[in-house]
Design a binder for this molecule. Structure first.
Ligand SMILES: Nc1nc2c(ncn2[C@@H]2O[C@H](COP(=O)(O)OP(=O)(O)OP(=O)(O)O)[C@@H](O)[C@H]2O)c(=O)[nH]1
Length: 313
C-alpha cells in the first residue's frame, strides 16, 4: 500500500500536452452547418440508383434482452446479438441507419422481452419507422436453463444457442424462423458393436431450424423447451453441469444403451419435429466432435411439410 502511495514518481506532461505530443491538433475552421435541419441528407437523395437492394441495415448489435422460459429460470436477462434490415428500392440512395438503434433503445426503455409477439410488433414498427414496405429482425442469444444431475438432483446451469428471425412484408405478412442449437452426447454404435468392451463417444452439436405456423402461440407452448427436448431425448445421453459419481454412472450406462450415429441423430430429431403441428418446415444438422479423429462427423436433413405432402399426394 505504501509503495503504491509513493506513485507517480515521474512528472509526466499534462493530458493536453500528452495528446499534442502524440499528434492531436487544434480544430480547423468550421464551414459546414452543425444544425440538423441545415445538414445535407445524402441518404434521402432520390435518383435512379440502378438497383433495388434486398437488404440494407446493421448487424452485430449487442444489447441486453429479457427472455421468458418454461424452464427455470423463468425470466432471465441475456445478451442478444441483433441484425436489423429492410429492402430499399433503386430510387433511394440509402436507409436511415440511426432509426434501427433508436427503436431498439425505445423498446428497451419500455422493458424489451424478446418473445415472438414482441418481435413481430418490433419488425412491423421498424418497417413503418423506416418508411419501407418490409423489415427483418434477427436476434441470437444464449438461453440458460437449469439442469439437475439425474441421480443426485444437484442443479446447475446449461445453455443452448437461439436465433429468431422475423420478416415482415406489407403484402406477404410475417415469416418466423426459430433455431436452437444444443450440445449432446453420442456413443458410436459401430464401436460398441465391434469392440470387446467400451465404445468411443463424442460431444455433438444439434442445430434445429423451424418455420413456425402463423397461428403458433408460444404462450401456450415454449418452443425452446420443445426443441431442446427433441435434441436431448434422442441423443445417447444429455449434458449436465454437475455430475456426482452416481450421476456419472447413469449417463455413461445410458449412452451405452442408446448408441447413435450422426445420421441417426438427425433422423430421430427430424421425426420428433415432423410430429410438431406448429412447424411447417425444418432443418436438422448435427456435428459430432469425434474423439477418435481430429475431424468432425456431420449430417443434415431439411423437410418442407407442405411441399412433401403435395409431392406425395
Ligand atoms: N445509409 C447509410 N448510413 C450510414 C452508413 N454508414 C454509416 N451510416 C450512418 O448514418 C447515420 C445517420 O443516420 P440517419 O438515420 O440517416 O440520420 P438522420 O437522417 O439524422 O435521421 P432521421 O432524423 O431519422 O432521418 C450515422 O450515424 C451513421 O451510423 C452507410 O453506409 N449507409
Amino acid at each position: 500500500m505504501d509503495k503504491i502511495k509513493s506513485f507517480p514518481k515521474k512528472q509526466l506532461p499534462n493530458k493536453t500536452q500528452r495528446h499534442k505530443l502524440f499528434g492531436s491538433v487544434q480544430p480547423g475552421p468550421r464551414t459546414k452547418p452543425s444544425e440538423k435541419k441545415e445538414m445535407a441528407d445524402l441518404q434521402n437523395t432520390k435518383k435512379d440508383f440502378l438497383f433495388d437492394l434486398d437488404e440494407v441495415g446493421i448487424e452485430n448489435v449487442k444489447h441486453p434482452i429479457a427472455v421468458t422460459s418454461s424452464l427455470v429460470p423463468n425470466e432471465q436477462t441475456t445478451i442478444g446479438t441483433f441484425k436489423f434490415s429492410s429492402s430499399i428500392d433503386k430510387a433511394s440512395k440509402g436507409t436511415n441507419m440511426s432509426r434501427f438503434t433508436e427503436q431498439l433503445q425505445s423498446y428497451y426503455q419500455k422493458g424489451f422481452t424478446v418473445d415472438l409477439l414482441t418481435l413481430k410488433t418490433f419488425t412491423k414498427d421498424l418497417a413503418d419507422r423506416l418508411k419501407q414496405s418490409d423489415a427483418e429482425v434477427e436476434v441470437s442469444f444464449p438461453w440458460f436453463y437449469e439442469r439437475k444431475g439425474p441421480q443426485s438432483n444437484l442443479p446447475g446451469m446449461n445453455h443452448a444457442d437461439i436465433t429468431l428471425n422475423v420478416k415482415y412484408d406489407d403484402v406477404k405478412g410475417y415469416t418466423i424462423q426459430a433455431s436452437l442449437a444444443s450440445l449432446i452426447t453420442t456413443l458410436c454404435p459401430c464401436s460398441k458393436e465391434i469392440s470387446e468392451y467400451s465404445a468411443h463417444n463424442q460431444r455433438g452439436l444439434v442445430k434445429m431450424t423451424v418455420s413456425l405456423a402463423d397461428d403458433f402461440d408460444e404462450r401456450l407452448l415454449d418452443w425452446k423447451e420443445t426443441l431442446l427436448e427433441a435434441a436431448e431425448s434422442n441423443a445417447s445421453s444429455r449434458l449436465h453441469p454437475v455430475l456426482k459419481r452416481p450421476d456419472e454412472k447413469m449417463v455413461t450406462e445410458q449412452a451405452y444403451e442408446n448408441p447413435r450415429f450422426v445420421e441417426d441423430m438427425v433422423r430421430l430429431v427430424a421425426a420428433d419435429i415432423y410430429e410438431m403441428p406448429f412447424v411447417t418446415k425444418f432443418s436438422v444438422k448435427c456435428r459430432n466432435e469425434e474423439s477418435i479423429h481430429m475431424h468432425d462427423a456431420i449430417a443434415s436433413v431439411t423437410y418442407d411439410k407442405l411441399q412433401n405432402e403435395m409431392n406425395e399426394g
